[in-house]
Write a protein that binds this ligand. Structure first.
Ligand SMILES: [Zn+2]
Length: 67
């Protein structure tokens, strides 16, 4: 399961993913299915990585919007 790569941070794959960007698990319902997936205790590691990713995006935006 280590042959999977994250999509780029600004990729459209994040908008309506057919699969989890972290573990490659197939999602049943795009975006909502992805949230269900990361909120599941079964996929706690995905949740951690998703939260980390969101923090990274937020900090990037904060820097870019400083003006
Ligand atoms: Zn996952």
């Amino acid at each position: 399961m280590n042959d999977y790569e994250h999509p780029p941070r600004d990729s459209s794959a994040w908008d309506n993913p057919d699969f989890c960007p972290f573990c490659g698990h197939e999602l049943t319902d795009g975006g909502p299915g992805f949230i269900d997936h990361v909120e599941s205790d079964e996929h706690a590691s995905c949740r951690e990585r998703f939260e980390q990713w969101r923090e990274n995006v937020a900090s990037d935006i904060g820097e870019e919007w400083s003006g």
